[in-house]
Ligand binder design. Structure first.
Ligand code: PFF
Length: 458
């Protein structure tokens, strides 16, 4: 009995870590690059006047995104633990561990509906390959979208398949599962993006779309542009949910956190801009409205592809891109929960990943059915999708992010954080600016946004 306990203790002490710097970078970029870049960014940009939004987005990345990413990676590496464990380790005998509950719950909820949309991308890979999307115009594609998302069996089965893939990767572990698959999937994502980008540049009239996307139309700026940009940065950078923190906890001591955060931010921004340059000009060229919601990528874009030769190839590449990007992000959300279950509840990785995957699946079933049999079901005036998105993205993420940043700025302290960053001689030239942002600018901005987000719309 004593032996078993000792073995267990030993097993608990030993944590996994990344096999290489490149592996960590690709996995973390994989978490950041997802549906948020390829679908959400072009849509939000289109709704906010194009170039003006891109400009605000850049500023918010510098003021909020980058500093919070540095803070999360540092917290994770210093605490060498999951999203609850870092607080119990760095502030023992306090109630700060409660700050980890929100990110944990948010991972669970966001993954549940993220997997539904990711499941649709799987259905569309299959549909494009099988030729179901071929030759259809917008009306035909809208009917196909209705069939695929409203017939109960398709969205639920696709969501299940997507989650099984996610669990299968996380079960294998940090180095052999998450890192290895990042190395496989990320180059695929970059390749598909570049091919689609080059193809888009050959559309006639593409430049007016590009100009609209990049020209800062300052008249379109409003306070809601700023709110949307903050929400988009948090979502796209995977912040406030413990994903970056958990990935940071597997970092070796000699890694350069500020530099890595810079690289991750630049790549995530680059992918968003590239996706914007693919999606928005295509719509312009074909005189289509950059409409909101899933219609944009599941109806309008396939209609655009259908007007050019080899339409099946472009549609398949586009949905593969979405599915790969969604998978590397979903892995990071599941790992937040799995790391907690392994370290705090002493579950094995297998049980943790399988049980978390099953729980996420069950929670997501109502979302998967929300366009079909559960259409019209409202919670607090919102449909199931919108309700889950609202409580997780508008309430839990900002509040979780706020508590996390207050902890780093004021409780654990920027001094200790900076010391952690500088371990083993790593330089941190912007320490002063970072400390100021983390202590004052970020908490005030998030606090303000949280209060505005709670205001009833209308
Ligand atoms: N960053 C991902 C995207 O842009 O799609 C979504 C995401 C992943 C959000 C992981 C939060 C997270 F913890």
């Amino acid at each position: 009995m004593i032996r078993i306990n000792q073995d267990r203790k030993k097993k608990n002490v030993k944590r996994e870590s990344w096999g290489s710097q490149a592996g960590f970078l690709l996995a973390t970029v994989g978490s950041a690059v997802g549906l948020g870049n390829v679908w959400r960014f072009p849509t939000v940009t289109a709704l906010n006047g194009g170039g003006a939004f891109v400009l605000v987005y850049l500023v918010i990345i510098l003021l909020l995104g980058l500093p919070v990413m540095i803070a999360e990676l540092t917290l994770g590496r210093a605490g060498k633990s999951n999203v609850i464990g870092v607080f119990t380790r760095l502030a023992p005998r306090s109630k700060w561990w409660l700050a980890g509950v929100l990110p944990l719950a948010a991972s669970f909820i966001i993954l549940s509906f993220y997997a539904v949309i990711a499941g649709w991308t799987l259905l569309y890979i299959f549909s494009s390959l099988a030729g179901f999307t071929a030759g259809l115009d917008t009306a035909g594609l809208a009917s196909l979208f209705a069939v695929l998302t409203e017939t109960p069996v398709y969205p639920v089965a696709a969501q299940a398949v997507f989650l099984i893939l996610t669990v299968a990767i996380v079960v294998v572990g940090v180095k052999k599962g998450i890192e290895r698959w990042g190395l496989v999937l990320m180059p695929g994502i970059f390749l598909f993006l570049i091919i689609l980008f080059i193809r888009t540049m050959f559309f006639k009239g593409v430049w007016s779309g590009i100009a609209w996307f990049l020209r800062p139309n300052l008249a379109a700026l409003s306070f809601s542009t700023v709110l949307d940009a903050v929400g988009q940065v948090f979502f796209s950078f995977s912040l406030g949910m413990g994903a970056i923190l958990t990935y940071g906890s597997y970092l070796p001591r000699d890694s350069d956190i500020p530099r890595n955060s810079f690289y991750i931010s630049v790549v995530d921004l680059g992918v968003a801009i590239l996706a914007g340059l693919i999606v928005i000009p295509s719509l312009f060229v074909f005189g289509l409205d950059p409409e909101t919601g899933p219609g944009l990528i599941f109806i309008t874009l396939p209609a655009v592809f259908n007007t050019i030769p080899l339409s099946m190839l472009w549609a398949t590449l586009f949905f593969l891109l979405l599915a790969f990007a969604a998978l590397t992000s979903a892995i990071s959300m599941l790992e937040v929960i799995v790391a907690y279950l392994i370290e705090e509840l002493r579950w094995t990785r297998f049980t943790a990943a399988a049980a978390a995957g099953a729980g996420v699946f069950l929670l997501g079933v109502p979302a998967a059915l929300s366009r079909g049999v559960l259409r019209g079901v409202l919670i607090g005036g919102l449909d199931i999708f919108a309700f889950l998105d609202f409580i997780a993205s508008n309430l839990m993420l900002p509040l979780g992010g706020l508590l996390l940043i207050i902890f780093v700025g004021w409780v654990w302290g920027v001094r200790k954080a900076a010391r952690e960053i500088r371990t083993l001689g790593v330089g941190f030239r912007l320490e002063g600016a970072w400390s100021f942002l983390v202590r004052f600018v970020v908490p005030l901005a998030i606090g303000y946004i949280l209060i505005s987000g709670l205001r009833p719309k209308g």
